[in-house]
Design a protein around this ligand. Structure first.
Ligand code: FES
Length: 105
């Protein structure tokens, strides 16, 4: 995905190598997570982004998209993917998740 297609304050969902990926641009830095709510698996790309606050559209669970941490409830979290911008393109990797991040609650 061209980085110019994801402006500050925008989010998007895409499929990369068979993975459903959410990319967000809350502040000029791109972050990527699994596009799956840890509650009941709704696509988070159908949610809303207000600054760092990502809200699932289904039951309004909230996440900090700077870190992937759950806000409401705080006991959950998003699965992050490594992301970089190279030659104007957003690239996502699929290495092991960092420790301390829980996927399902
Ligand atoms: S599926 Fe996201 S809050 Fe329920």
């Amino acid at each position: 995905m061209p980085v110019d297609d994801l402006w500050i304050g925008e989010l998007a969902g895409m499929v990369v190598a068979g993975h459903n990926v959410l990319v967000v641009n809350p502040d000029g830095e791109i972050r990527a997570f699994e596009d799956r709510c840890p509650h009941l698996s709704s696509p988070l790309s159908e949610g809303t982004l207000d600054g760092p606050l990502l809200t699932c559209s289904t039951h309004l669970w909230e996440f900090d998209c700077l870190t992937g941490a759950g806000i409401n409830p705080a006991t959950c979290g998003l699965l992050p993917y490594p992301v970089r911008v190279e030659d104007g393109t957003i690239q996502v990797g699929f290495g092991p998740a960092p420790s301390g991040v829980t996927e399902d609650q």
